[in-house]
Design a protein around this ligand. Structure first.
Ligand SMILES: *[C@@H]1O[C@H](CO)[C@@H](O)[C@H](O)[C@H]1NC(C)=O
Ligand SMILES: *[C@@H]1O[C@H](CO)[C@@H](O)[C@H](O)[C@H]1NC(C)=O
Ligand SMILES: *[C@@H]1O[C@H](CO)[C@@H](O)[C@H](O)[C@H]1NC(C)=O
Ligand SMILES: *[C@@H]1O[C@H](CO)[C@@H](O)[C@H](O)[C@H]1NC(C)=O
Ligand SMILES: *[C@@H]1O[C@H](CO)[C@@H](O)[C@H](O)[C@H]1NC(C)=O
Ligand SMILES: CC(=O)N[C@H]1CO[C@H](CO)[C@@H](O)[C@@H]1O
Ligand SMILES: CC(=O)N[C@H]1CO[C@H](CO)[C@@H](O)[C@@H]1O
Ligand SMILES: [Ca+2]
Ligand SMILES: [Ca+2]
Length: 601
């Protein structure tokens, strides 16, 4: 009897079509795929894939990834279900900080390609329905920027483009100038650099080659808006904004014409040259920043209206939650989607199901009504998911980021569970590591291990490049961890990721209510339910033993559920099995996604 019921239900499910959730084919029809009741625009539920162009795909064999390499791989991204790609900076740069030191915001770095290559990438992406988001670096330019050279020479109009200050004459050595304040760069040592030509110091919150722009000069504000307009006119779909909370420093006018010293942090692990040695009330999170972001939002709105496509603005700011939330907007002004790094900063491999639930709920509690949440599992500054959490948790963390409401950002390689690669001191390129001058402990600061080339297959250089030497070495586990083998395998991180991406496009995940529960320290359940749509349930088991989970306490769920995704490496479960709500088997270290069989009313 029960078997017959199950068969009937299965037939019903097959008729509704397990795959009915992924039917879109172009940017335009994303909004209408599920009928008139879809209220959300593309960006509110987007899967954004972060590409680190240098390490994605090398098309011409020079060992460095490039734009044509990205174009070549667009079909892969489309097939995976990616809505938009955000590319780390592709602009002309001497690459002291690998593109985050921009010489000219309107030129493409020659090692990545030409403007024609970019136009081709954009056109191809549009054709297949992937949007392009650019990385915008407003805090600083590179020191080879024409603006900086003019400012150094005090050319009229450019005098105050950067943060310049007189030195303090050394009391000990005649003719020697000391920096204007004790400020320390994020990459260690003084944040002030002496400029011979101008006989003044300039501020660089990052490397020496990244002079900070001065947003107190209205001309700088206009320049940056012009840059945004330039790319919007070309047809990009928005920006991800780098290091936004470092944009302003205090105004010396408020401090007797001087830049005040920052207080000691008291951090016992920091040495006097470390950024952490000081706290930073005068160089980050200044309130003036928000108005600039709101102004940019207004500018993007003009283009949204012109193009009929919403232009997205996402900001990067490592800051506390109240300051972060303010980026969403204030009073009657709209702002950006601030990246929340709680998945990066607050969850680690010791977090249990209750800890993770609390982190998710905290973000959902603070986020203003009607604003869009976002979930970030990795980026080019962080140790990779598989290295931070262990390979066992890759599927679970990817699943959470995809099933929670809002935007999901996936850093290239996290979908196949890449690990940090080994990079010797000799091969080290990251300025943050080089600045330690420490061949033993450099790796603690190095971001190179999480920037090693993408593993396409098990051929030479992981299919990334035909060069003998790549800009960073390919990680040595590429023969076992690579996309081609994961596509072939019946179960893999990639297969699971792709299945859950398809689920992300269902109405329940796009618009449904969220319910999170920790059934124990090991079992986390995320439920998404939308009126008149199949509900979605994600279950994570963080421990290593099989167990049967009883979902009866989630009253809104009907009695029967269908597995629609089961995590790659550890799960003994197969897709398309029907289970009873009160007896869901979840293998150890397993993440699964279930769908309800009956509509919820
Ligand atoms: C830019 O800064 C780098 C150090 O990061 C230095 O080697 C280079 O000479 C500087 N270039 C210019 C044009 O100032
Ligand atoms: C801010 O955004 C909301 C929702 O996206 C919109 O309804 C409102 O009109 C916007 N306000 C302004 C001033 O643009
Ligand atoms: C993100 O949100 C969490 C709360 O869920 C908060 O603790 C954390 O500070 C936020 N992270 C950032 C970088 O804003
Ligand atoms: C857990 O995290 C710590 C600190 O990030 C790391 O040293 C350790 O290797 C991780 N363990 C696993 C199993 O990944
Ligand atoms: C690559 O390495 C092979 C063997 O090590 C060598 O014969 C060849 O000349 C190298 N090619 C280039 C372009 O350096
Ligand atoms: C995550 C991210 O984009 N980090 C960047 C922040 O800004 C600095 C300086 O521009 C870069 O070095 C980081 O890579
Ligand atoms: C598969 C499984 O359930 N393994 C663990 C899952 O979590 C429970 C706790 O809720 C553990 O007891 C199981 O060993
Ligand atoms: Ca290349
Ligand atoms: Ca600044």
């Amino acid at each position: 009897m029960r078997l017959i019921t199950a068969l009937l239900l299965y037939a019903a499910a097959a008729w509704a079509g397990p795959l009915d959730v992924r039917v879109e084919s172009g940017p335009r029809d994303v909004r209408v795929e599920s009928g008139a009741r879809s209220a959300a625009d593309w960006w509110q539920t987007a899967l954004v894939y972060q590409i680190y162009p240098r390490s994605f795909k090398d098309s011409d064999g020079d060992g460095i990834g490039d734009l044509n390499g990205i174009t070549e791989k667009l079909p892969y991204l489309k097939d995976t279900g990616v809505d938009a790609i955000w590319m780390s900076p592709i602009f002309l740069s001497p690459m002291y900080d690998f593109g985050y030191d921009i010489t000219d915001y309107r030129q493409i770095a020659p090692e990545y390609g030409t403007m024609d290559d970019f136009d081709n990438l954009l056109a191809t992406a549009k054709e297949i329905g992937i949007r392009i988001i650019l990385d915008f670096v407003p805090n600083h330019t590179g020191n080879e920027s024409e603006w900086f050279i003019k400012s150094k020479n005090r050319e009229p109009g450019y005098e105050n483009y950067y943060v310049w200050a007189d030195g303090i004459p050394s009391p000990d050595k005649a003719g020697v100038m000391l920096p204007p304040s004790n400020w320390i760069s994020i990459f260690r040592k003084s944040a002030w650099e002496w400029c011979e030509e101008r006989q003044q110091f300039y501020l660089h919150q990052f490397v020496v080659g990244q002079p900070d722009l001065n947003y107190r000069d209205p001309r700088v504000q206009q320049e940056m808006k012009d840059v945004l307009s330039y790319w919007l006119d070309k047809g990009v779909s928005g920006f991800r904004v780098d290091a936004i909370n470092m944009m302003y420093e205090v105004d010396p006018k408020d401090f007797d014409g001087k830049y005040p010293d920052e207080p000691l942090s008291g951090d016992p692990n920091a040495n006097p040259e470390d950024y952490e040695y000081l706290s930073h009330p005068y160089t980050r999170d200044l309130l003036e920043t928000y108005d600039v972001v709101y102004d940019w939002r207004d500018l993007l709105n003009e283009h949204t209206q012109k193009d009929g496509e919403y232009k997205i603005l996402m900001t990067e700011a490592y800051t506390d939650i109240e300051l972060m939330i303010r980026y969403y907007g204030h009073g009657n002004r709209n702002g950006s989607i601030p990246f929340n790094f709680s998945f990066l900063g607050d969850i680690n491999n010791h977090s249990n199901a209750r800890d993770i639930k609390m982190i998710i709920d905290r973000f959902m509690t603070y986020i203003p009504i009607g604003k869009t949440a976002n979930w970030v599992n990795g980026n080019h500054d962080q140790s990779r998911l598989a290295s931070r959490h262990g390979t066992n948790r890759v599927d679970a963390m990817n699943m959470l980021a995809l099933l929670l409401p809002g935007v999901t950002i996936t850093y290239q390689g996290e979908e196949i569970g890449m690990t940090d690669g080994y990079v010797s001191w000799e091969d080290t390129k990251d300025p943050q590591a080089c600045n330690t001058d420490d061949p033993i402990n450099y790796y603690k600061k190095s971001r190179d291990p999480n920037r090693t080339p993408y593993h396409w297959d098990d051929s030479n250089q992981a299919g990334f490049s035909t060069a003998n030497q790549t800009w960073l070495p390919v990680a040595d586990n590429y023969k076992t961890v690579n996309l081609a083998s994961q596509m072939k395998a019946s179960k893999s991180h990639y297969k699971f990721y792709k299945d859950v991406v398809a689920v992300k496009k269902s109405d329940a995940v796009r618009f449904g209510d969220l319910d999170t529960r920790a059934f124990s320290e090991n079992i986390l359940v995320v439920t998404r339910l939308a009126h008149l749509n199949p509900g979605i349930v994600g279950i994570v088991n963080l421990s290593d033993e099989d167990q049967v989970v009883d979902l009866s306490s989630i009253k809104m769920l009907p009695g029967h559920l269908l597995y629609v995704a089961a995590s790659g490496v550890d799960c003994s479960l197969d897709k398309w099995q029907i289970v009873l709500k009160n007896q869901v088997t979840v293998s150890g270290h397993c993440a699964i996604v279930l769908r309800t069989l009956l509509f919820n009313c």
